[in-house]
Design a protein around this ligand. Structure first.
Ligand SMILES: [Fe+2]
Length: 290
């Protein structure tokens, strides 16, 4: 794993493609695309949103660009409108960037939810399963990907100039092999049952079931957390990064005030689908999983 640096400073520019011809290859090889000069600007009026008090009990405030709706915030009225406007602007910028940087994915990549994370990560009390300071790969319990890639764009908007600290682990396939024997095929009918009782919003594919088990197995494994090959990275305030977080093992250990946009990409749209977690797990299990 390494960072692949792209020295752009605009979210929407025809020049982006020429500055980063290998971005897609680097991304598909499991690198984090790091844009140290790409800052997301907020306005002075938006300073009132930069407090964890907007969250109530939620971990993040969320925004769905498909419906223009906010979630996870106690804000109402004009303040909610202010947050919605910020999120709408960020979601649009994120979509522009992905379209410019990864033109081969155009028409296939789907924009999902975005989030604003105003809470400090370090020292936050949570269960081990939800503890994102432990190395993990992303998998969504309620919204199965059905085998699609999870592509996430992050930008550090910390107003005090503090970095966001990550640990990044090794390649996906060796990690999947390490836990292969613990990853059990879901029993027939479980996908329909989970959707029926509302645990999932759509039936959970076998792939999603195995990825959730992998996510949990990594987080629960103290030896892995301590000893596995890993790199500490500090993303400075005013920088942006993009990665397939279903593949790149990551832990966010400290930081406050981040914007994140999630995209989903069908495996078939990849230049090299064989590298996807879906195909890796299918090779290990010797069957189709989604
Ligand atoms: Fe994550």
């Amino acid at each position: 794993m390494s960072l692949y640096e792209i020295l752009i400073d605009q979210w929407d520019s025809a020049a982006i493609r020429h500055r980063s011809p290998d971005a897609l290859t680097a991304l598909e090889q499991g690198h984090v695309l790091f844009m140290p000069r790409l800052k997301f600007a907020t306005t002075p009026a938006e300073a009132t949103l930069f407090t964890p008090a907007i969250l109530g009990g939620a971990k993040n405030a969320s925004y769905d660009p498909r419906t223009d709706r906010l979630g996870g915030t106690t804000l109402a009225g004009a303040e909610a409108d202010r947050l919605r406007a910020l999120m709408r602007r960020f979601s649009a910028a994120a979509a522009d960037l992905v379209a410019a940087l990864l033109p081969d994915y155009r028409g296939s990549v789907v924009q999902a939810r975005a989030s604003f994370r105003p809470a400090e990560i370090a020292g936050r009390a949570t269960s081990w399963r939800k503890d994102d300071t432990r190395l993990h790969v992303d998998s969504f319990p309620a919204t199965p990907s059905g085998g699609r890639r999870i592509l996430r764009l992050f930008t550090n908007v910390n107003p005090e100039g503090r970095p966001r600290s990550w640990r990044i682990g090794g390649a996906f396939e060796p990690i999947a092999r390490r836990y292969d024997r613990q990853l059990r095929m879901p029993w027939p009918g479980s996908a329909r049952l989970l959707a029926l009782v509302g645990v999932t919003k759509s039936p959970r594919s076998a792939y999603d079931a195995l990825m959730l088990q992998l996510h949990d197995a990594m987080k629960a494994d103290e030896e892995f957390q301590q000893r596995t090959e890993q790199t500490r990275i500090e993303f400075p305030a005013g920088t942006t990064w993009l990665a397939f977080t279903d593949e790149v093992s990551h832990a966010a250990t400290a930081g406050q005030y981040q914007l994140e946009q999630t995209f989903l990409l069908p495996v078939a749209a990849m230049r090299d689908p064989d590298r996807s977690p879906l195909r890796v797990l299918e090779r290990l299990k010797n069957r189709r999983l989604a």
